[in-house]
Design a protein around this ligand. Structure first.
Ligand SMILES: [Zn+2]
Length: 499
């Protein structure tokens, strides 16, 4: 089928150059169909009922494109209420989306839950830092001053003192998220937005790393995903040490075991949830020797917890951090020692073409990365695109993250427009949902489907993107098969619900 069409098209292209007068409309149709076959989902054969839904989606998209404000062209913080009104978005919320393969553990759960639930627990202390940030700490007694925190106040007492607890809670949320009504005014450069980003992570840390909270946090995170019709998670996590009320500290293995236990519990409570795994992540600001240690430790943890540990990644801002090549000695350890440690590198989350950072994409492939986190710079790297396509190394596309962190403003101009048109291996994810004010994957699916995919992206595109999240996951083959079967059932229910 493919070859036959290709043979038709080659002389057509040649004819297009030499024919005189008006081109043949049927040849034009053929060309357009051939091109549509190449896009993500272009070869997905839709059933009669799916085609009906597809036609409806197309009409809805046309309507949104001609509206006064097209949400993907607007900053997400302003576009969010518009998107919530969109019938396409509502459909995407109902759609089974498969797995979320690129989410960071500190930003998994909505800040509303952190503030309204976690900070209301007893023994929660707060401290306001000199650089206008906050820290939390659970403690049985008044915490001692720290270098970053001189004065801890019991939150319960402070809340009772302030007259407006709702306003107070909202101000706490402001510290834990990037969300603001004036994103352009507040975040004037990538540096400014990344500073706030790192501050928000530090602010949330004291809450999430409290051992009893971590259990509930993971459960709540899985719940939020499931409510958005997601059935699987690969979570990037540094496996921070956790602490008890009396100051006892648990090591990484405790976090890993807790993650496994909570996931099992969640699956027992929700049999249509496929599971969750961890990609161990360390910050790229660390020294080479520390990253060497981290790689060795990850190899061991992967050996000890093969069902939970998917692999390894380096996180933090690429533009101001160390490159993959800088860490080459550390990253070569698995190959040199015959150990198996799959990599899931963030690479190419930059628009600085030609810099050392920009080379991360090719280096990620050199180190045999399993997927590419963001791959925003792939547009500049034809060879990397070719290798990643041939080796089936999927790109984890996180459109809202790219927009909020100021790589692109109008998502119609996102470089992934080319990747979608070419059917490049790809999954959609949300990166840091709580920081961007999103939940699950529906918002990112909306931006990718409506803004980046444009009118051409159709129900086949959505189907392929959802299936890709199982195909390109780190799951072993038999669990992928289970995942496909579970997803198919959900998909059929979704289609019949919508017709
Ligand atoms: Zn990320």
């Amino acid at each position: 089928m493919v070859i036959r069409l290709y043979r038709v098209v080659v002389p057509l292209l040649w004819l297009a150059g030499v024919a005189e007068g008006m081109p043949d409309p049927s040849q034009r149709d053929l060309l357009m169909r051939e091109e549509a076959l190449r896009q993500t989902g272009g070869r997905v054969v839709l059933t009669a009922t799916e085609l009906k839904l597809d036609a409806r989606l197309h009409r809805l998209k046309e309507k949104e494109l001609s509206a006064a404000q097209f949400p993907p062209a607007v900053h997400f913080f302003r576009a969010k209420p518009l998107i919530q009104e969109s019938p396409i978005f509502k459909m995407l919320q109902r759609m089974p989306k498969g797995g979320a393969l690129h989410i960071h553990s500190s930003a998994l759960v909505s800040v509303e839950w952190l503030v309204k639930n976690v900070t209301y627990r007893p023994h929660c202390y707060i401290c306001f830092t000199w650089d206008n940030s906050i820290r939390f700490l659970f403690s049985a007694r008044q915490p001692a001053p720290r270098w970053d925190c001189f004065y801890w106040q019991l939150l319960e007492t402070l809340r009772a003192k302030v007259g407006d607890p709702t306003g107070f809670d909202n101000s706490l949320m402001q510290h834990l998220t990037l969300f603001t009504e004036d994103p352009e005014g507040e975040y004037t450069s990538q540096e400014v937005v990344w500073q706030k980003f790192e501050k928000a992570f530090l602010a949330a840390a004291g809450l999430i790393t409290h051992a009893p909270v971590l259990r509930d946090y993971i459960y709540r995170g899985l719940t939020e995903l499931q409510l958005d019709n997601i059935m699987y998670l690969e979570l990037r996590s540094g496996l921070s040490k956790t602490y008890e009320l009396d100051g006892t500290v648990h090591e990484k293995v405790w976090s890993l075991k807790t993650f496994r236990e909570v996931t099992k519990q969640f699956m027992a409570d929700h049999p249509d949830f496929l599971g969750a795994r961890i990609i161990i992540s360390v910050h790229r600001a660390m020294s080479l020797s520390k990253v060497k240690e981290a790689v060795e430790e990850a190899i061991q943890l992967q050996k000890d917890f093969p069902d939970v540990v998917a692999g390894f990644d380096l996180v933090g801002r690429e533009d101001s951090g160390r490159t993959l090549w800088y860490f080459r000695e550390a990253l070569s350890i698995p190959a040199a020692t015959g150990a198996a440690l799959p990599y899931f590198f963030h690479a190419g989350e930059t628009d600085d073409e030609g810099t050392d950072v920009d080379q991360n994409i090719l280096d990620a492939l050199l180190f045999n990365t399993t997927r590419i986190g963001h791959g925003y710079a792939l547009a500049h790297h034809p060879l990397a695109r070719e290798i990643s396509r041939k080796r089936n190394v999927a790109v984890e596309l996180c459109p809202i993250s790219n927009q909020v962190l100021k790589l692109v403003s109008d998502l119609r101009n996102h470089p992934a427009v080319t990747l979608i048109s070419e059917g490049h291996p790809m999954v959609i994810s949300s990166d840091d949902p709580s920081l961007f004010g999103t939940t699950g994957l529906s918002y990112d699916f909306y931006e990718a489907f409506v803004g980046i995919g444009g009118l051409k992206a159709n129900l086949g595109t959505l189907k392929e993107l959802a299936l890709n999240s199982i195909k390109y996951s780190s799951l072993p083959t038999h669990l992928k098969e289970t995942g496909y079967a579970m997803w198919q059932k959900k998909w059929e229910a979704f289609i019949s619900e919508y017709l």
